[in-house]
Design a binder for this molecule. Structure first.
Ligand code: GLN
Length: 455
């Protein structure tokens, strides 16, 4: 059943919000020991919220856009009274003292938040292996990593523990786990969704976005969380437009889809083959396919990681042990430690010209060149992740871990919207199709996803 149909059946009292919550909670109880998608649950509070929604429906009162849907939240987004640790021992005792803007919006629209999901420590990773709560298992490829950093949010959807979850995406952390777990993930244009209450990884790259099994779940959540927020000056001060409408699209007549030669060159052949099938389907739906070339592909990762290190280092200065418990350097894992150390080094005045300023120059170059590509097409389609997820426990070199991100970081460097949806299986493991579009053309991505999903 699509999420929109479930919403309707809750409204029609064929399924109560309480029953929906109970069903999903039972799945969580049954599977979470194995999957480890949720790191904290608040069933009692969720039950109260669900009961209240059922009352409202019975009394014919108006209910919100998410009425009765079960929602999971990545544990780097502030939710009052839950432990918002970003999976780091630094914050293991930090209890959210307020709700992030996106959380208030979800609650106002009667979403039922059931708990917080697992992630890489401070969102710095692509595998969810660096979490202090232990790794998350991939429900659709057991024994393999779920991707990251929002691995718990993707796995919760794949395992039917939730209707919709939220993640954050700095260099791919929504799209990468969506790809590995075989679900949909959407990173909106930078500035579409308020980041107020999100713990920063790198603030000029971070964006919050949804996971769901179908586009109606993605659209319902986007309709709730997008829009101007006076508490986040980087949000756009204009109407984002209705996303649910995009999910009615069934044809791609008049749409031009770009495919980029260099994206395929860095990707595993079997993944390319599978993604090509989706691209053939786009063409069957009426899209014109156009081949493009992008010369800056090798600049993406170094540019992204330099900016990430510098911004993350600066963001972590508040975790000095005075307010939040332990000093970050003393208790963090090796990846977070590396970023702080290198970030601190390259942030020094005498080096900034050599590294950070160069990274900013590269960022403008990439942005200009990528926007030029997008001038000729409506969306760019290609693989989300260039290789299959590794087995849990397998040790990867740092550079091999970073290599997962080569196709996803570009959207964060440029601020454009990007999504991932399932393109089938390779060796029984899901692989994703990534769609990207011009800034603020999130609607084009969603309507393309919708046409493809309904084939
Ligand atoms: N894997 C990337 C990193 O480690 C992206 C993380 C993210 O998007 N939060 O920085």
């Amino acid at each position: 059943m699509k999420i929109i149909d479930k919403l309707e059946s809750i409204k029609q009292q064929e399924l109560t919000a309480t029953e929906n919550l109970e069903q999903m909670y039972n799945v969580i109880e049954e599977k979470n020991d194995d999957i480890n998608a949720f790191v904290e649950l608040d069933y009692e509070r969720a039950q109260k919220v669900a009961k209240n929604i059922d009352e409202k429906i019975k009394n014919n009162e108006k209910t919100g856009k998410l009425a009765g849907l079960v929602i999971g939240i990545k544990c780097n987004i502030n939710v009052e009274d839950l432990i918002v640790s970003a999976a780091s021992p630094t914050l293991k005792e930090y209890v959210g003292s307020y709700n992030a803007t996106v959380i208030n919006k979800i609650l106002e629209e009667d979403g039922v938040i059931v708990g917080l999901t697992n992630m890489d420590e401070f969102a710095a990773g692509s595998s969810t292996e660096t979490s202090m709560y232990g790794v998350t298992n991939n429900p659709n490829a057991p024994g393999h990593i779920p991707g990251g950093s929002s691995g718990g949010s993707a796995a919760a959807i794949a395992a039917d523990m939730c209707d919709i979850t939220l993640g954050s995406d700095t260099g791919g952390s929504i799209r990468n786990p969506a790809s590995h777990c075989g679900v949909m993930g959407f990173k909106p244009t930078y500035g579409m969704v308020s980041r107020q209450g999100l713990l920063d990884l790198a603030m000029s790259l971070d964006q919050i976005g949804p996971f769901a099994k179908d586009t109606t779940g993605i659209a319902l959540m986007l309709d709730v969380i997008t829009g101007y927020d006076p508490h986040d000056p980087t949000t756009f001060n204009k109407e984002p437009g209705e996303f649910l409408k995009d999910t009615q699209n069934r044809s791609l007549d008049g749409t031009t889809v770009g495919i980029v030669k260099e994206f395929k060159e860095v990707t595993d052949e079997k993944i390319n083959k599978q993604v090509d099938k989706s691209i053939d389907q786009l063409s069957d739906l009426g899209a014109e396919i156009k081949e493009l070339t992008f010369d800056d592909i090798n600049l993406g990762l170094p540019t992204y990681y330099l900016i990430n290190y510098v911004e993350f280092f600066s963001a972590t200065r508040k975790y000095d042990g005075r307010k939040y418990g332990e000093r970050i350097e003393e208790v963090c894992g090796p990846e977070v430690g590396r970023r702080i150390q290198i970030g601190s080094y390259i942030s020094q005045k005498e080096f900034s010209g050599k590294y950070y300023k160069k990274a900013l120059q590269a960022r403008s170059l990439i942005r200009n060149d990528f926007n030029k590509l997008l001038n000729d097409v409506d969306v760019i389609a290609g693989p989300t992740v260039p290789k299959l997820p590794h087995k849990i426990g397998e040790k990867l070199e740092t550079m091999d871990m970073y290599a997962y991100d080569v196709l996803t970081v570009l959207a964060n460097i440029t601020g454009i919207p990007a999504s991932s949806m399932n393109a089938g299986l390779v060796n029984d493991i899901p692989v994703g199709l990534q769609l990207q579009a011009k800034p603020e053309e999130d609607h084009k991505i969603l309507s393309t996803m919708s046409a493809l999903e309904n084939i």
